[in-house]
Design a protein around this ligand. Sequence first.
Ligand code: NAD
Length: 308
Amino acid sequence: MKTIRTAAVIGSGVMGAGIAAHLANAGIRVRLLDRVPDRLTPQEEASGATTASPAVRNRLATDALARLLKTNPAPFYEERGSRLVTPGNVEDDFESLRDADWIIEAITERLDWKKELLARIERVWTPGTFVSSNTSGISIAAMAEAIAGPMRAFFLGTHFFNPPRHMPLVEIIPGPDTDAEVVTAMRDVLERRLGKGVVVAKDTPNFIANRIGTYGLLATLKLMAEGGYTVDEVDAVTGPALGRPKSATFRTLDLVGLDTFVHVANNVYERTDDPAEKEAFAVPDVLADLVSRGRLGEKTGEGFYKKV
Ligand code: NAD
């Protein structure tokens, strides 16, 4: 099995950037790729930039890393002074995946997008390279349908938790054709090099931790509405009062991203026939409403709370 020296992380959102930085902290050189932004910022327009300029084309990944550096003390994602994460985009830099020992898919929680990306990865895949998805709970088997050849043996779920630097758990979810030695090798990398605690989970909707966590958060939202409690009251009683860190129900939802949370709730809702489960995983109007207004949590500056 390959030794991991270089990795590529695709998707530089809440999770991808954090995973890339965590890998870099462990001495792994990382390419962090996102999409080319579909429009210019007002500042870019004012400066006369076009979408052809590299600064614009790599903006999503570059900005994500800058945000991480702002909120994490130095020398976050630096080793011996050299930056180990190189930002890029999937249009110009896809060929760089040929050099990666491990490719991590961390794009938006949508099966169709993930399948399209995996099919594209397979076209540049170097035999022996590990390919994993950070999905919160989409079926690994369903994603693997996009892969036709031997890459299927090297594909699995590696589900990091948010924030990846601090949360110790990573769920490994083998797919239908994942080689047992690939699972062992990944476990070894996650535990020994990245300092994580690994749980091997079955490929059930939302795996283990999110099946429970999403259920709990949705139940809290529904009970809150019935009881007429405020956001602050619920965060107070579901946080420190229960011996949890300060980021409780709504702060947690804002940190996760409300759009991502809705996708994750739907992972179960759309795949169950059990009426009780359908009821439990139905997304409350308050969440759907915030998402439709673009209030997605910390990543947009406003969710249940406003970022100051
Ligand atoms: P996010 O919305 O913060 O970021 C997703 C990023 O993917 C965006 O920057 C988007 O531009 C990019 N993207 C979308 N399609 C792309 C493509 N085809 N090529 C390149 N980039 C693309 O999402 P996130 O919260 O970082 O979640 C990413 C994955 O991790 C999802 O599968 C999610 O379920 C999972 N996850 C999220 C959390 C969490 O707390 N947010 C925790 C664990 C796992």
